[in-house]
Design a protein around this ligand. Sequence first.
Ligand code: G3I
Length: 335
Amino acid sequence: MRKTWILALVCAAGLSGQSLRQLAEARSVKIGAAVNPMRLNEPAYAETLAREFSQAEPENAMKFGPIHPARDRYNWAPAEAVANFAREHNMALRGHTLVWHQQLAPWVTAGAPSPADLEKILGEHIAAVVGHFAGQVYAWDVVNEAIEKDGSPRKSPWSPVPDYIAKAFRMARAADPKAKLFYNDYDAEGIDAKSDAIYALVKDLKQRGVPIDGVGMQFHITAKPLDTESIAANMKRLTDLGLEVQITELDVRVPLDSSGRPGAADLEAQARVYGQVARTCLKFPRCTAIQTWGVTDKYSWVPGYFKGTGAALLFDREYSPKPAYEAMRATFGAR
Ligand code: G3I
């Protein structure tokens, strides 16, 4: 029943040809959202997601801890709920993430595993999770946030496994030869020490024949105007390697007042930044997706982490489109 209703709304938006997903599809760019499966039964959440977004990615449900809570137990249902929603609404499904230092199941490190044990665990995990969603997930964040701000390798529970990054990519390719494989990181959008190190890493992987298809740029940013020249230079050097780039976790936080509301001027500044991001991506045919880290300000991770800020997404707490949404539509609609 609900599905019919959602489809009717999608069709209604289609008649006027104005949803963001439709405008972006015409420019060959996917518009994604991080999805919490617990919210899919909220009509406004589901309707906004289906109408405006052409790609879904579980915000947490495919991470190691949530999906693999015990060595012999996988918790597929929450991630499958997102996969099913994506299929029912003709959306691409993106997978996040196989190798990360956070949200790891405690059992992995509990028994002081040797490097060989860890490598075996990693192999089993990637084979099971990528294999389970083969044919559904079109692109995986294989390795997430493995580089520090200064460009040095991050110390991670996976670090004891020699060359763990290359191994993880090879394991993922073996489990689903058709899925695109991404390295994903934050605070490395423009040229700096961190993005230099990521560039060196992925260039080295390519040169060694390790299967990698793209780099995810997270884009958790503020509403300060972007240095788009620097971001474009970074996108250029990555795409010149033959890699795709995708904007994977976009949110643009602004200050909130004591009642938790953003100011009008800040929302306008935010809209300009969203427009800058979309225009920069559109310069590169290999920039293939722009994904926001959530559907609505109501459930964004931002206020819980960056205290006193929030309202970082395209739709407000009541699911009304914000100036940022109009800026995105105008950018994709402009020729
Ligand atoms: O599921 C448990 C629940 O059982 C428990 O009762 C509750 C109590 O706090 O916690 C719940 O888990 C939380 C989980 O989100 C699901 O809501 C974790 O505490 C919380 O730490 C976790 O935060 C997530 C964070 O990654 C973990 O570092 C955020 O939702 C998620 O938005 C965020 O996403 C990351 C990307 O994966 C990688 N890039 C950065 C981005 C933002 O941090």
